[in-house]
Write a protein that binds this ligand. Structure first.
Ligand code: GDP
Ligand code: MG
Length: 171
């Protein structure tokens, strides 16, 4: 069976764990230990084709050191998450994506950018257009998501599988 390894990247507190657990285990966590780095596995259907997902929810807010780059080597696709309520987390996205490209020694790589906490409109610091424009410069899909309301969550996980399939099964 098709098996895909997805790595969730992004600053601390943006909702990486909440998104992963909500999508793979279907509940919303509000106080999840920010230092836990964990693999989650689940079989899902994407475009009517079964795929075994292996998702690494990364943790730690330190710089992307060589140790942290090890899991980038094994990832077949990346979801880079920022929070729409925290400008600083958005500003980290370019460095994270550039690190992925450097580790992969590639000019592009299957990636989806998510502006999470999309339900917290009252606390928004990053506009939809800012997120969308950044993703456009990289040529990668962009969604505003919410681990709380489920907004675009399935979409983001399905799309990263499609991005991987696109490069691995060229038409
Ligand atoms: P991580 O450090 O990136 O793994 O962040 P967490 O998943 O631990 O989330 C940090 C905090 O933000 C927790 O209190 C979550 O409940 C909250 N959170 C995560 N995603 C969302 C979201 O989409 N909406 C709202 N309202 N809160 C969220
Ligand atoms: Mg976490």
């Amino acid at each position: 069976m098709e098996e895909r390894r997805i790595v969730i990247l992004g600053g601390g507190g943006v909702g990486k764990s909440a998104m992963t657990i909500r999508f793979l285990q279907n509940f919303f966590v509000t106080e999840y230990d920010p230092t836990i780095e964990e693999n989650y596995r689940k079989q899902i259907l994407v475009d009517n084709k079964p795929v075994f997902l292996d998702v690494l929810d990364t943790a730690g807010q330190e710089d992307y050191t060589s140790l942290r780059e090890q899991y980038m080597e094994t990832g077949q696709g990346f979801i880079i998450v920022y929070s729409i309520t925290e400008k600083g987390s958005f500003e980290e996205v370019p460095e994270i994506y550039k690190t992925v490209l450097r580790v992969k020694d590639a000019e592009t790589f299957p990636t989806v950018i998510c502006g999470n906490k999309g339900d917290l409109e009252c606390r928004r610091e990053v506009t939809f257009m800012e997120g969308s424009n950044l993703a456009k410069t990289y040529g990668v899909p962009f969604y505003e998501t919410s681990a709380k309301t489920l907004k675009n969550l399935e979409m983001a996980f399905h799309q990263i599988i499609r991005e991987i399939r696109k490069v691995e099964l060229p038409k």
